[in-house]
Design a protein around this ligand. Structure first.
Ligand SMILES: *[C@@H]1O[C@H](CO)[C@@H](O)[C@H](O)[C@H]1NC(C)=O
Ligand SMILES: *[C@@H]1O[C@H](CO)[C@@H](O)[C@H](O)[C@H]1NC(C)=O
Ligand SMILES: *[C@@H]1O[C@H](CO)[C@@H](O)[C@H](O)[C@H]1NC(C)=O
Ligand SMILES: [Zn+2]
Length: 754
């Protein structure tokens, strides 16, 4: 549905209806209307006037106003020093952002503190991986900090490499054995090892980063009796053009051998001590030992250090080439034995991480809406970084500050004011498990579910030139529309052209916006509250780089120099990001009828069911529960309900009054919430969105109906009794989904039909 057209009709019709109605009622001409009636007309016009359509010149103004020099200057300040969550610099930046909001003319801007569990290495007692020979001589000791290679990455206070929330620990192998290379530490990798009779229990394993969330790697290892895990970045993922100095940072965007990926391993979201509840002064807190934290020590290393360990592993050879990484001269043997000449070497992993409660601030700023102040259009970006964080998250912060400037300047220079309230959020402690955003959503869950129209997340705006903007299906059409308005950041006429060309190059046609996987501050908004959410990023050109992530992700080399020299010289990517953000905010803040594309919701659900059919899962499900066909039938009914809702909206466009407009918007705004499972997905109380959420076994992968996939996972390996139990859970879950889908169809009916 072309919602813009409807909006235009609605506005024209509604205003003439209202004016006509009042005039008709008075039975007289316009110039004889009393001043109180004139006021009534102007109030009515205000209530129904569609700012987005009628003020197209403002959209062009926004596009012109987003300024590359401002963005660059913002980033210089933000990425000047490391700003780890809960540190002095993080707090300084929180104040700076609050002050910028106030100076720009926000109605409010406040620091919102939470006291939350964070985790840090011990500065005076670094985490070490060592190799000792038969006489106890240390012949290798891992590095725990990147080599300084440029003045931008040389701060002596830079945080040592560690994996947040893994415990302090001291584990070692026997002489000559007990080290296993486990590829990506996925379930299938451990299965393969079992098949090859490589027993990882009691061993220290070494896994490469990539493919799945690092927390899953630690968990998989822990579940198999591993006593310690080392994570490394492989050059095949991060240094594809060579590992010599001229091939890597500071001479390119590729990662040098001492670059280490930091990152949290906590599997939940939010403060581990207050699951489901905000970490306010009143909150009950778990004891640290009762929090669901990883139990085995873990440490990240760079590929130079990984080489030293990997080249000593003997034992079982790799099962296939896809287990081999890119270290030349290394066989990537699986172990568990070391090679003969190292038969009296032992490997030791010794970590000293400390978990402690620290204060973390969110900054929340608002620009009050003129007509519907109680409807929120939100934008959020985290502020904390593992280091300098030029890409992650400061490219997003630089953009959010510019977006704030542009929209407030629009207010002061043109008299424009958004119809709905704009809320700007600078989140704290995202890197430790989306803590700031999760605590805030937990504190304000009722307000947000009642009032939030959209949540626009912006984390790493710039790590490459290609727009990648996964979102709720309800937002797909408006995102497309805005992409078509914004000039390209390379040589394309618009961002839409560049996005399409990229998809064509990848054979991904027709171009399609994805749904959200997990990984940033939209999680609580989307997966807990089912608020239509979108994640705005620009990423690498995948037709050029077949890599899992940008190479310098979460390392000491995510610096301003990296950005300015290699990733976004000229800051046009930042500019594209700021333009998209400003326009999307204005579109949702101003449109009379909120521009949701409802039809994509049942479409995307049907896509997910089609995937079950294609993969053979449907037959498997039908064998367990033949009433699965009822879910399919309900979905068809829901799709029909959407079609008729949209048709009705078009027809009723000739007599919409402010109350109906409000009611229709609310119906659409809360539609996704119909799919909330109050108790969460099976085994996942904080993931309540039953239709779109990541699957439990790969935190990065978007998927439809994750509960079904999770329950079916490895079901045939269960013994008879467990299997029966699981089958009952599947029946119940599919029945719940069916009822929710029926509710969704009913939710869109005329109000009196209950
Ligand atoms: C860090 O290590 C030092 C030296 O072992 C020790 O004295 C200190 O207590 C540790 N710090 C913390 C916060 O545990
Ligand atoms: C360690 O092993 C090497 C070769 O395998 C051997 O030459 C050396 O004597 C051993 N050292 C000890 C202390 O066992
Ligand atoms: C694997 O190793 C552990 C510890 O060494 C041992 O208890 C277990 O029985 C082994 N499993 C197999 C299948 O050999
Ligand atoms: Zn981030």
């Amino acid at each position: 549905m072309a919602s813009q057209n409807i909006v235009a009709i609605v506005v024209a019709a509604a205003v003439s209806f209202l004016v006509g109605g009042i005039i008709g009622h008075l039975g007289t001409g316009i110039d004889t209307i009393s001043s109180s009636d004139k006021e009534k007309i102007s109030i009515m016009e205000k209530l129904v006037a569609d700012k987005w359509e009628s003020e197209e010149h403002l959209n062009h103004k926004i596009i012109d106003m987003v300024n590359t020099d401002n963005l660059r200057n913002n980033l210089i300040e933000l990425a000047k020093f490391p700003h780890l969550a809960g540190t002095e610099r993080d707090h300084q930046l929180a104040h700076m952002i609050r002050d910028r909001f106030l100076e720009a003319g926000f109605d409010t801007a406040d620091l919102v503190p939470y006291d939350v569990l964070l985790s840090r290495p011990n500065r005076t007692n670094p985490n070490l991986i060592t190799l000792e020979d038969g006489e106890g001589q240390i012949i290798f000791s891992s590095t725990y900090q990147e080599k300084p290679l440029h003045e931008d990455d040389s701060d002596p206070e830079f945080i040592h490499a560690f994996n947040a929330f893994t415990p302090a620990g001291d584990v070692r192998t026997e002489a000559g054995r007990g080290v296993v290379y486990v590829n990506y530490a996925r379930v299938e990798d451990f299965d393969k090892l079992e098949e090859l009779n490589v027993n990882v229990s009691g061993c220290i394993v070494i896994a490469r980063y990539g493919k799945i969330f690092r927390g899953n790697k630690v968990l998989h290892a822990q579940e198999r009796g591993v006593k310690g895990i080392i994570l490394f970045t492989d050059p095949s993922d991060v240094a594809q053009e060579g590992v010599e100095a001229q091939d890597v940072y500071p001479n390119s965007w590729w990662l040098p051998g001492s670059g280490m990926q930091r990152g949290s391993t906590y599997m939940g979201d939010g403060d581990p001590l207050t699951p489901g509840w905000p970490s306010t002064a009143q909150a009950y807190r778990l004891k640290v030992e009762d929090a669901q934290l990883p139990m085995i020590p873990c440490q990240p290393i760079g590929y130079d250090d990984a080489r030293v360990i990997l080249e000593k592993i003997g034992g079982t050879p790799v099962p296939s080439d896809d287990w081999k990484g890119g270290l030349t001269g290394v066989a990537y043997n699986l172990g568990p034995e070391l090679q003969d000449r190292y038969s009296n070497y032992t490997l030791r992993l010794n970590t000293h991480n400390v978990h402690q409660v620290h204060r973390s601030y969110n900054v929340i700023g608002t620009i009050k809406g003129k007509v519907e102040p109680d409807r929120y259009v939100l934008i959020g970006n985290h502020r904390d970084a593992w280091g300098y964080g030029a890409s992650d998250p400061s490219s997003g912060t630089a953009q959010m500050l510019e977006t704030a400037r542009v929209l407030t300047q629009l207010i002061s220079s043109t008299g424009w004011r958004p119809r709905r309230t704009l809320v700007f959020c600078s989140w704290g402690a995202e890197e430790f498990g989306l803590i700031g955003s999760t605590e805030w959503v937990e504190e304000h869950v009722n307000k947000l579910q009642e009032r939030a129209v959209i949540y626009l997340n912006t984390d790493t705006c710039a790590s490459g030139p290609i727009i990648h903007i996964p979102s709720s299906p309800l937002l797909w059409d408006s995102i497309t529309l805005v992409m078509k308005m914004v000039p390209g950041v390379r040589d394309g006429a618009t961002l839409y052209h560049e996005w399409e060309a990229h998809n064509v190059a990848l054979n991904r046609t027709p171009s399609k916006i994805f749904t959200l996987g997990s990984g940033s501050d939209y999680d609580a908004f989307s997966f807990y509250c089912a608020i239509p959410s979108v994640d705005l990023t620009f990423q690498r050109d995948r037709s050029k780089y077949d890599i899992i992530k940008y190479p310098y992700y979460h390392t000491g080399y995510d610096t301003f120099y990296m950005m300015d020299k290699h990733v976004d010289p000229g800051f046009r990517i930042h500019q594209g990001c700021g333009r998209i953000a400003s326009l999307l905010l204005k579109y949702f803040a101003d449109s009379l009828i909120v521009p949701y594309s409802l039809q994509h919701l049942p479409e995307a659900m049907k896509d997910a069911l089609d995937t079950f059919r294609k993969s053979g899962k449907r037959d498997k499900i039908i064998n367990i529960y033949e009433n699965y066909v009822l879910l399919e039938a309900s979905l068809a009914k829901f799709a029909d309900a959407v079609t008729s809702f949209q048709r009705q909206l078009e027809m009723r466009a000739t007599n919409l009054d402010p109350v109906s407009i409000r009611a229709i918007n609310d119906q659409m705004m809360k539609l996704e919430q119909v799919f909330i499972l109050p108790a969460g997905l099976p085994g996942r109380p904080t993931v309540r969105h039953a239709v779109f959420a990541s699957s439990q076994f790969d935190n990065y992968a978007p998927s439809g109906f994750p509960g079904i996939s999770d329950l079916l996972y490895r079901i045939e390996e269960l013994d008879a009794a467990e299997r029966l139990k699981k089958e009952e859970e599947i029946k119940k879950h599919i029945s719940d989904l069916t009822i929710m889908t029926e509710r969704a169809a009913s939710f869109l009916q005329d109000f009196h039909l209950i």
